[in-house]
Structure formats: structure tokens, C-alpha cells
Ligand binder design. Structure first.
Ligand code: ADP
Ligand code: MG
Length: 189
């Protein structure tokens, strides 16, 4: 039950040599899932195609193997669900449900800027899970840009304050892995 991974990805299938900005030891450490037991957070930041979703699914899979409940969602789906619940006066129920999985993975935060109302709903979720449930968030935006993502620097600061308190921030650099094969074959530069 739960999870909802969009595809199957494993750590074994991740090519660390292709991604020198990631420390394999740090990923292996996170794969042991202690951070989940401790209710800590992981932020995977970086441009498109560098393996953020791959690693988030792979770490989620390790968490399940370690016996934790995991829910995978995208920021867009999550915020739409919160807004809908809010409109139907069952936000508390929704927040309670989202607080249940031991690990909540939120993929692709920042691709679309959030409306102020949505940012505030996101803040409520982060507050609810703070120090009790682990979160893994992927974003194409650096933490410094989250004020723009949340349309409100005050809300962004409050969210980051809680998220970063007990956290592991991994910033991935480099070119898209998706374009690598094409580049190698000379299809693109
Ligand atoms: P992001 O979420 O950062 O945009 P993805 O995780 O979706 O990137 O990666 C894009 C594609 O490239 C996926 O199919 C993923 O499995 C693959 N990929 C990315 N980085 C690596 C890597 N270092 N080793 C193996 N596959 C990779
Ligand atoms: Mg992705």
C-alpha cells in the first residue's frame, strides 16, 4: 500500500561515475534509512536530468525494504490535493493522512511557482510532519530561490527553517543524463 512510484528505479542502476558531484558513500549511508527513523529530511537539488527522481525512488525503495511506510507524490499533485481538501473543509483529515507515512517523497518542487494560498497549505504540511516524519524533496531550484517558488519569502523562510533543521542537503551538478547518450552518439553537442 502507498508508495505510488512513477517508475522502477534502484540504487544498483545508478551510475555514480557519471555523476561525480554525488558522494556514493553519502547515498549508501542514506540507503540505510536511519534518517527516516529519526524523522530527518533529505533535499535533492539540481538541474533537470541529473538523477533526482531516480535517487528519490531508489531511496524510497530501500526505506520500504527496511519496513517503513512510504508515499511518493509530486509537488503539483500534493498541492492540488491540499487545495481541494481545503475547499471541501477536510484539510485536517488530509493533513492527518499525509502525516501517516514514515517517509513522504515530494518530487519536482519548484517547477511551477506556488500561489500564496498553496504555499501556506504546504507550510501546514511541513509543520505537521516536522520532527515526526521524514521527507525527501527534490527541486530544480536552490534553497536561495525558494522565496520565489513559494511566492512569499516569509512563508518560504518558515518552511525552510523546519525542513533544514534536521536535514541532509545534496546539490547535484552536471549535464542531463537523458541527453548523455545522444551527446555520445553525436546527435547533439
Ligand atoms: P531528474 O529527476 O533529476 O530530472 P531523473 O532521475 O528523472 O532526473 O533522471 C533522468 C533519467 O536518467 C532517468 O531515466 C534516470 O534513471 C537516468 N539517470 C540519471 N542519472 C543517472 C545515473 N547517474 N545513472 C543511471 N541513470 C541515471
Ligand atoms: Mg525528476
Amino acid at each position: 500500500k502507498l508508495a505510488h512510484f512513477p517508475t522502477v528505479k534502484e540504487l544498483a542502476g545508478f551510475d555514480f561515475e557519471a555523476q561525480p558531484s554525488i558522494d556514493p558513500k553519502q547515498i549508501r549511508d542514506l540507503a540505510a534509512s536511519r534518517w527516516i527513523a529519526n524523522g530527518e529530511n533529505v533535499l535533492l537539488l539540481g538541474p533537470p536530468g541529473v538523477g533526482k527522481t531516480h535517487l528519490s525512488i531508489a531511496l524510497g525503495r530501500e526505506a520500504i525494504l527496511a519496513g517503513y511506510t512510504v508515499q511518493f507524490t509530486t509537488a503539483t499533485t500534493l498541492v492540488a490535493g491540499l487545495a481541494k481538501a481545503h475547499g471541501e473543509r477536510r484539510l485536517d483529515e488530509k493533513l492527518l493522512a499525509l502525516a501517516k507515512p514514515k517517509l513522504l517523497i515530494i518530487d519536482e518542487l519548484g517547477y511551477l511557482p506556488l500561489e500564496p494560498d498553496a504555499a501556506h497549505l504546504f507550510f501546514q504540511l511541513v509543520s505537521r510532519r516536522y520532527e515526526t516524519g521524514a521527507m525527501l524533496i527534490t527541486s530544480n531550484r536552490s534553497v536561495a530561490e525558494w522565496g520565489t517558488v513559494f511566492a512569499d519569502p516569509v512563508v518560504a523562510t518558515a518552511i525552510l527553517d523546519r525542513l533544514l533543521h534536521h536535514s541532509h542537503v545534496l546539490t547535484i551538478r552536471g549535464d542531463s543524463y537523458r541527453l548523455r547518450a545522444k551527446r555520445k552518439s553525436g546527435l547533439i553537442k
